[in-house]
Design a protein around this ligand. Structure first.
Ligand code: ZN
Length: 125
């Protein structure tokens, strides 16, 4: 489920509709009646927020978190901007990688963008 402007508009509309239902109690002179109406509104707001959180949890599972999506977009841009060599094993564009461990730590090489599905590498020239 998306959380775009339409959903926010629907949420706001629901809150306004609920408040209109409670209007006669919210404008009541009896403080107990007013307090009961506020408690009920808080309950309903809590229900809507829990439902929204559950929906966001499902979206996270389906699409990943914000950082994950940012990394995917950045990697897509890197593949398009640079004229990276093609992977010798699968033909996918390669990405500049840096050796993280061992005697060649810090050296760069071309690694397949499909890693870990493909482990194609070539030396930097
Ligand atoms: Zn490859």
């Amino acid at each position: 489920m998306q959380h775009g402007p339409d959903e926010i508009r629907r949420f706001s509309q629901t809150v306004r509709t609920e408040m209109a239902k409670f209007d006669r109690w919210l404008k009541n002179d009896d403080p107990v009646t007013f307090a009961n109406a506020m408690v009920r509104l808080c309950d309903r707001t809590g229900f809507l927020l829990r439902r929204q959180l559950a929906s966001q949890g499902e979206r996270f599972v389906e699409e990943g978190g914000f950082r994950e999506r940012m990394t995917q977009e950045r990697n897509k841009a890197k593949d398009q901007v640079n004229e990276n060599p093609a992977c010798p094993q699968c033909g996918a564009p390669m990405r500049m990688r840096t050796v993280r461990k061992g005697p060649r730590t810090g050296e760069t090489f071309w690694g397949c963008s499909k890693y870990p599905a493909c482990d194609g590498v070539t030396e930097m020239k």
